[in-house]
Design a protein around this ligand. Structure first.
Ligand code: X6L
Ligand code: MG
Ligand code: MG
Length: 164
């Protein structure tokens, strides 16, 4: 058993699909984290930051025994393991792993706001999320029907492999 959380994955450098799959595998290998489902994969236009390559984005559902802050640390650990180097703000990255939702939790702490405060503005996160959670409660109690997400997304491929 455990809590249900939704994580956003994004990559726009190197072998993008392999980066997403390795992130999902590493998340599943973390103590107290089980990957239970993946959305399909979308190719998405970059939002914010400098001109940069298109992203592949997906959302994975995990079941976890970790608290939100511990799960966030696990996400950052996976970014480190995949060699993410934080350079320019909103710049291109090998992998990004964001905590989007954690059960019904609503929290606002330094470096950890859940639901993710920008999720409802970003089609690259919201569109794959809706495949796994049809009616999510977003920031401020907003529902998806009231969201106005921006950015082009096009279906690119099937879900990531969930190895159990
Ligand atoms: C005005 C100013 C409007 C800034 C929007 C939006 C900035 C999103 C950063 C913004 C603004 C972000 C991804 C991405 C990023 C991704 C795609 C960010 C952080 N991550 N674009 N841009 N996929 N398609 O995963 O989300 S950088
Ligand atoms: Mg992000
Ligand atoms: Mg991030």
């Amino acid at each position: 058993m455990g809590e249900r959380a939704l994580l956003g994955l994004g990559s726009n450098l190197g072998e993008r699909l392999a980066n997403l799959q390795r992130a999902a595998d590493l998340l599943g290998a973390a103590v107290g984290v089980r990957v239970v489902a993946s959305s399909r994969i979308y190719e998405t236009e970059p939002v914010g930051g400098p001109a940069q390559p298109d992203f592949l984005n997906a959302v994975v559902e995990v079941e976890t025994d970790l608290e939100p802050r511990e799960l966030l640390a696990a996400c950052l650990g996976v970014e480190q393991d995949l060699g993410r180097v934080r350079e320019e703000r909103w710049g291109p990255r090998v992998i990004d792993v964001d905590l989007l939702l954690y059960d019904e939790v609503d929290m606002d702490e330094p470096h950890l706001i859940v639901p993710h405060p920008r999720l409802h503005e970003r089609a690259f996160a919201l569109v794959p999320l809706l495949e796994l959670v049809p009616d999510p409660v977003l920031a401020g109690g907003m529902r998806a029907a009231d969201a106005t997400p921006g950015g082009e997304v096009r279906l690119w491929g099937p879900p990531l492999l969930v190895r159990r």
